[in-house]
Design a protein around this ligand. Structure first.
Ligand code: AMP
Ligand code: MG
Length: 335
């Protein structure tokens, strides 16, 4: 794993995506590496979606909040069906629009091999088959689905050339495959498909009208009602009564602190980042909630803290809990 505290390695330069380079890239991915690759939408920052550590590196490299899940890129419908439950509506949609810029959020199969981190702990999995020869060859030769958000630091502009990737993330990944400029240049349309119910989560180049011509009525998720993690009140709820970055803590509560100023507290306590490093804090969030749970047996499901949000450009999630915390709250976790 990249150690960002040691002297930066020389930035990686784009490599022409010929068969030889794709073969080397597949080897890197199988070994847990990060490879940026072209798709028809934007360049993706890819890792083996079934490898927890590799998926964690994506979040680290991008500075992406870990509760924003990743799309798994698949080589075809067969691979998608090993990951999520596809009913008739999903099959019709992928037949009409794959390969292409349509992402389906499906119920996770019990034996789904994709890392739970890529699903941000949800019981769904997002899948897409990209319409790009390099991306398809890379997935096939790796033999696994590739988790791949856009290959830019979180909150930045999505990359549509290999050079954009090099400029933004060149010192944080293992290889950049150059397949020329992206054809679409906009992220995929994201829909949730559960049985015959289809909901539009993120508009994109494939319009609702085009979807409806294939599968009938498509519900439009209201802003804030999107099933992206963090938009559900219970998504962050640990079993412990946790106070996030608070100025005071009462007995029976657990404290999840951030930074050097920590109020006196006898009970369960963890610090997301003693130095207040926001990337480190994001990386620690889920693990520390679990640690606090483990130290607080037998509690009901609840959390206390300020209304808080995490916002980095399009990587946005919000959650709301009950009592005040200091103004420098976890709201700034990812900013
Ligand atoms: P990107 O940052 O372009 O890779 O965006 C991926 C989009 O898909 C984000 O809006 C994610 O929140 C969304 N997404 C991925 N997986 C899921 C999921 N399991 N449930 C809901 N939304 C998802
Ligand atoms: Mg993005």
């Amino acid at each position: 794993m990249t150690d960002l505290s040691s002297p930066s390695p020389p930035p990686v330069l784009p490599v022409l995506a010929d068969q030889d380079a794709i073969g080397r890239a597949a080897g890197l991915l199988r070994d847990g590496g990060l490879v940026a690759f072209p798709t028809e939408t934007v360049y993706g920052l890819g890792a083996d979606a079934t490898n927890d550590a590799a998926v964690a590196r994506i979040f680290e490299a991008k500075g992406r909040p870990q509760f924003n899940p990743l799309i798994s890129h698949v080589s075809g419908v067969d691979m998608a069906e090993t990951l999520g439950d596809m009913g008739e509506a999903a099959r019709k949609l992928v037949q009409a629009f794959w390969p292409g810029p349509l992402t389906l959020v499906l119920p996770r199969r019990a034996d789904c091999a994709v890392s739970l981190l890529a699903s941000a702990g949800l019981d769904t999995v997002a899948v897409r088959m990209p319409d790009h020869a390099t991306a398809q060859a890379l997935i096939r030769r790796t033999g696994h689905p590739l988790a791949a958000p856009s290959a830019n630091p979180s909150g930045g502009v999505s990359p549509t050339t290999a050079q954009h990737v090099a400029d933004g993330l060149g010192d944080r990944l293992d290889m950049i495959l150059d397949g020329g400029p992206c054809r679409v240049g906009l992220e995929s349309t994201v829909i949730a498909v559960d049985g015959d119910r289809v909901r539009l989560l993120r508009p994109g180049t494939i319009t609702r009208a085009a979807l409806e011509a294939v599968c009938g009525p498509v519900e439009t998720a209201a802003p804030g009602a999107i099933e992206a993690p963090g938009m559900m009140a219970s998504h962050y709820a640990p079993n412990a009564r946790v106070r996030l970055n608070a100025t005071s803590v009462t007995p029976g509560e657990a404290l999840l602190a951030l930074g050097p100023d920590v109020p006196a507290h006898q009970g369960p306590m963890a610090n997301l980042s003693v130095t207040g490093d926001l990337v480190e804090a994001a990386a620690n969030l889920f693990a520390m909630l679990r640690t606090l749970d483990a130290q607080t047996p037998g509690r009901g499901t609840s959390a206390v803290g300020s209304t808080w949000s995490v916002r980095r450009g399009s990587d946005r999630s919000t959650g709301s809990t009950s009592t005040p915390a200091r103004s420098k709250s976890v709201a700034k976790l990812a900013s």
